[in-house]
Unconditional design. Structure first.
Length: 196
C-alpha cells in the first residue's frame, strides 16, 4: 500500500488527470492483489494535492458518490478499450457528476486566453465535477481510442496511451511488460524442454 506522495507518483499515479487516479483508486498489482485506496488515509491527500484541489475539512468525504463515478469511469474505459459503445447509464453518471453551478470566465493562460468554467462549489461536489470533466474532455476530443486497459490480466490498470502509434498495451512497460515477456520466455523454455 502506497503511503506517501512520492510513492504514489513512483507507482504511476498522477499522470493523466484526476480521472486516471479515481478510476485506478481500486488497484490490482501485477500479482492480482487488490488495493482499495479509499481505505488508505494517504490516498485522498495525494489526490487533492496532485490535482490542486482544495482540502475540504468542513464536510465528510462522500465515498458513495466517488465510488459511483469510479464505477462509471471504469465501465467507460473498458468499453473504450474493447472498442464498444459507452453505455447510457455510465454517460448519465458522468453527466450527473459534472452537473454543478458555476460560471464561465476568460482567463489569461500560459498559451493565451482561454475560457474556463469555474464551479461555485469548492467542496467535494466541485472536485467530483472537475474529475468527471477531466475524462469528458478526452471523450470530446475524440481521444477514446487512446484509453486502454493494461493487457496484464493480473493488473488491469486503465491508462491513456501516449505512444506515437497508439499501440501501447501495458500501463507500465517496466512492470507489466517485462513480467509478461518473462512469462512468455519461461513458457517457451518449458515447451522446448518437453520436446527434447
Amino acid at each position: 500500500m502506497h503511503s506517501s506522495y512520492q510513492e504514489f507518483m513512483s507507482h504511476g499515479h498522477g499522470k493523466f488527470g484526476p480521472w486516471f487516479d479515481l478510476v485506478n483508486s481500486e488497484e490490482w498489482d501485477t500479482f492480482g492483489r487488490r488495493t482499495e485506496h479509499f481505505h488508505n488515509p494517504a490516498w485522498l491527500p495525494f489526490f487533492l494535492r496532485r490535482w490542486h484541489f482544495p482540502r475540504n475539512k468542513a464536510k465528510s468525504f462522500p465515498l458513495a458518490k466517488y465510488q459511483a463515478l469510479r464505477s462509471a469511469l471504469r465501465a467507460m474505459c473498458e468499453a473504450a478499450a474493447a472498442r464498444q459503445a459507452i453505455s447510457p447509464a455510465a454517460l448519465h453518471t458522468l453527466n450527473q457528476a459534472m452537473n454543478v453551478r458555476g460560471k464561465r470566465q476568460l482567463c489569461d493562460g500560459q498559451n493565451g486566453f482561454v475560457v474556463e468554467f469555474v464551479s461555485e462549489n469548492s467542496d467535494w461536489a466541485g472536485i467530483l465535477a472537475e474529475t468527471a470533466h477531466s475524462f469528458a474532455s478526452l471523450l470530446s476530443k475524440s481521444e477514446l481510442s487512446r484509453i486502454k486497459i493494461c493487457r496484464n490480466p493480473r493488473c488491469g490498470v486503465a491508462f491513456y496511451d501516449r505512444s506515437r502509434n497508439n499501440n501501447g498495451v501495458w500501463h507500465d512497460v517496466k512492470t507489466c511488460g517485462n513480467a509478461a515477456n518473462l512469462r512468455a520466455y519461461r513458457a517457451r523454455n518449458r515447451a522446448r524442454a518437453q520436446v527434447r
